[in-house]
Design a protein around this ligand. Structure first.
Ligand SMILES: Nc1ncnc2c1ncn2[C@@H]1O[C@H](COP(=O)(O)OP(=O)(O)OP(=O)(O)O)[C@@H](O)[C@H]1O
Ligand SMILES: [Mg+2]
Length: 269
């Protein structure tokens, strides 16, 4: 479990960004985090892997306090992060070199590193790309390589900070499918996104506002709260909520696609 207790954070310039955050991320769950630009999402998730440590309060990962420097190596192995810009996180020349970088730092046997690299590359759907040069990969393939890198580290918690924001629509939905698959494989997922429709893939949604958690609940409840407080939500969600409110739609789960909405409608008629 990742646990935030009374966490506040101010950047060195004195800018206070997180304010008294209490939060728990349970193992095996898929949590989406959304919110306006500057609401503190990246600052929050950087605390999960100990890249930032609280100015006040504590963050612990599997009971290890990130303020204790002797815990940081283990915490960073347990919590793998992938960021928005796929180019900024590449460390090797080829896919194989890049994915091997983390395990090499764990001082594992060569054979073990090779096994981990090949199985992780396969898990992200990049089998056969091991020898390819990173500079010849697309943005989506680079992001998959970065994900393979944290899988090869055997990270249990996968934290994604807007990994689809530089991808086109099709690559975005493929990437989200991969993230869902990793969650089904047992990984705990924290997924920061601006795309509200992606939130439906999660089993919990958190909306950040001005450095605090403004809404926390199931995606359906979060959409409902956002809608009733006047925020714009994806048209499909708005339509589903309005159909429910008028009693036309009976299903309690919000449809994630037009096909699902059609199915719900047919069932209700
Ligand atoms: N290194 C820094 N020094 C000072 N202030 C910072 C620093 N990094 C971020 N901030 C400020 O902290 C606030 C929250 O930033 P953060 O990056 O956590 O927001 P975010 O919700 O991830 O935004 P976005 O949606 O744009 O990625 C912003 O006001 C930002 O200007
Ligand atoms: Mg951010």
């Amino acid at each position: 479990m990742i646990r935030f207790e009374g966490v506040s954070y101010s950047y060195p310039d004195g800018h206070k960004v997180l304010d008294e955050i209490d939060l728990q991320i349970e193992e095996g769950t898929f949590t989406a985090i959304t919110g306006d630009n500057g609401s503190g999402k990246s600052t929050l998730v950087r605390h999960m892997s100990g890249l930032l440590t609280p100015s006040k309060g504590t963050v612990s990962v599997c009971g290890m306090n990130t303020l204790d420097p002797s815990n940081l190596r283990k915490v960073r192995q347990l919590v793998g992060m992938v960021f928005q810009d796929p180019h900024s996180q590449a460390v090797g020349a080829t896919v194989e070199e890049d994915v091997a970088f983390g395990p090499e730092n764990l001082a594992l046997e060569r054979e073990e590193i090779r096994d981990r690299v090949f199985s992780s590359v396969l898990d992200v759907g990049m089998g056969g790309f091991e020898e390819r040069l990173l500079m010849n990969l697309s943005g989506g393939q680079l992001q998959k390589t970065a994900i393979a890198g944290i899988l090869a580290m055997r990270s249990e918690y996968l934290v994604f900070d807007e990994i689809t924001s530089m991808l086109d629509h099709d690559s975005r939905s493929m990437m989200l499918d991969l993230v869902k698959k990793l969650n089904h494989m047992g990984k705990t997922v924290v997924y920061v996104t601006h795309h509200l429709e992606e939130v439906l893939a999660a089993d919990r949604a958190i909306v950040m506002e001005g450095g605090s958690v403004a809404i926390d609940g199931s995606p359906a409840n979060v959409f409902r709260e956002l809608y009733s407080s006047g925020h714009s939500i994806p048209p499909l969600m708005e339509l589903a909520i309005r159909l429910k409110d008028t009693g036309i739609l009976e299903n309690n789960v919000l449809p994630a696609t037009v096909d699902e909405l059609m199915e719900d409608l047919c069932r209700s008629m």
